[in-house]
Design a protein around this ligand. Structure first.
Ligand SMILES: Nc1ncnc2c1ncn2[C@@H]1O[C@H](COP(=O)(O)OP(=O)(O)OP(=O)(O)O)[C@@H](O)[C@H]1O
Length: 436
């Protein structure tokens, strides 16, 4: 493709030594040549190339190897085998403020860290006000960082990390700390850097953040890369796996990987029953229930594929049950282009019941609503579950299918939407008074 590579990992593996008892570590020191450790492979045969200017989200359950991989890229850890090439200056926010000296003040740490990250004394002096302004921790900048709250720590670490003009920025979960205003400021700054062509690696458990910031994502599992694709596809698979684990329902979750013509989807998990590349191939069924159809009707009950924004729409879902269920529920999600959910509800949340169903019962459910969404392409996710018992919990997921239908929303020329995704249709009152 001729793109310049910022980071290249070739067949990288990392083995940690683990000791069952602390005394074994001591024995190993005292008796050289006798290994008391067990080998633990935290990374296995990782192959990954990240082009300059790419933004990559790294997703995976706890212990899947995300931090180990980032530390290897940031060169704070050496791989056991394999080759790592990095082209450019890295600023890594891995463990919160790991580069900070707790006895130093915030100001001293800014200088200390700035130097570590390759800036000259003069460059740091010039940037100091910008860094302190971004961190916005007031007089605490003159206090030792051991007196900081975790929020203050991350503010200062982030401010330093993004101010040193890195070529590659690595952020591990750090954005989860800090208040919403600070998070928004960080997002803004990352977007600015991204638009300037920085390479950005981001570990997060927050799908929205990954959708918003990343062009591409990888899913890690037990030290391996299992999927390398668009954030939407990777997050869908990740959430599906979590749901399966929760429900112990191996067949419940289906995903259609949408064919993004502008991207090459690399499926490391070709044999997985979850991942299908061919849209037509996906049968939305489980041994317990079959989604027979999903269709959209307009105001005059005509079947449609596109609708003008702000018009009335019915989403109709036909279900065939193969087993009896006392309290089944059905829900849907509307997701915008990147996969972010714009709306989700279900019959349980709406306080409605389908009632008891028996094998071979066919049920059609119609959700009717005005669609205030702006022009664009949206996808539908449908889920069927049994027995809701708490806000957002069901006893068992019967089928959960992403991207089962897509809906085109056309521009409503009369709409007052200046920008944004939802038309709130506000009314307006203008009250004039004499100001006293
Ligand atoms: N120094 C170490 N010695 C032994 N095992 C380690 C060490 N560091 C990490 N591990 C193990 O390696 C595996 C991968 O850890 P890593 O921190 O990379 O995962 P992670 O995906 O970043 O997890 P999390 O989301 O919890 O941060 C885990 O099982 C962890 O226990």
């Amino acid at each position: 493709m001729g793109e310049e590579i910022a980071i290249s990992l070739k067949n990288v593996s990392k083995c940690y030594k683990r000791y069952t008892r602390p005394v074994d570590r001591l024995k190993e020191i005292l008796l050289p040549g006798k290994s008391m450790a067990q080998e633990f492979w935290a990374l296995r045969h990782i192959n990954l190339e990240i082009s300059k200017g790419e933004t990559l989200g790294i997703i995976g359950q706890n212990g899947s190897g995300k931090s180990t991989m980032l530390q290897i890229i940031a060169r704070t850890l050496t791989p056991t085998t394999g080759d790592v090439q990095v082209d450019g200056r890295i600023s890594a926010l891995l463990e919160l403020g790991s580069g900070f000296n707790p006895e130093f003040t915030g100001r001293q740490n800014v200088f200390f860290n700035g130097r570590l990250l390759g800036l000259s004394q003069k460059e740091i002096e010039e940037k100091f006000d910008e860094i302190a302004g971004f961190a916005d921790i007031g007089d605490f900048i003159e206090q030792p960082v051991k007196t900081y709250s975790s929020g203050m720590f991350v503010r200062l670490a982030f401010a330093v990390g993004v101010s040193v003009n890195p070529d590659i920025l690595i952020v591990d979960e750090a954005l989860a700390v800090g208040d919403i205003y600070f998070q928004q400021k960080c997002f803004e700054r990352i977007r600015e850097l991204r638009d300037l062509g920085i390479t950005f690696l981001f570990v997060s458990h927050d799908p929205t953040a990954v959708y918003k910031l990343c062009h591409r994502a990888v899913l890690m599992e037990a030290g391996q890369l299992v999927l390398d694709a668009k954030p939407r596809q990777v997050i869908d698979l990740y959430q599906a796996k979590l749901l399966k684990k929760l429900d112990l329902q191996p067949d419940a979750v289906k995903i259609k990987i949408l064919d993004d013509s502008d991207s090459e989807t690399i499926l490391h998990e070709k044999d997985s029953p979850l991942v299908k590349t061919d849209l037509e191939e996906v049968v939305i069924s489980s041994p317990e229930v079959n989604i027979k159809f999903i269709k959209f009707l307009d105001e005059s009950e005509q079947e449609i594929e596109a609708i003008i924004s702000d018009n009335e729409l019915q989403l109709c879902i036909g279900l065939l049950f193969f087993k009896s269920f006392e309290d089944p529920h059905i829900g849907f999600k509307i997701r915008e282009r990147t996969g972010e959910v714009v709306f989700e509800t279900n019959t349980f949340c709406m306080g409605q019941k389908l009632g008891q169903v028996e094998p071979d019962n066919f049920v059609e459910i119609r959700f009717k609503f005005h669609l205030p969404l702006s022009e664009g392409e949206y996808t539908i996710t449908v889920g069927v579950a049994d027995s809701g018992f708490a806000q957002s919990s069901f006893k068992k997921t019967l089928v959960y299918a992403h991207n089962v239908a897509s809906l085109k929303v056309l521009k409503n020329k009369e709409a007052i939407l200046w920008s944004g995704i939802i038309n709130l249709s506000p009314s307006l009152s203008i009250l004039k008074h004499t100001y006293v």
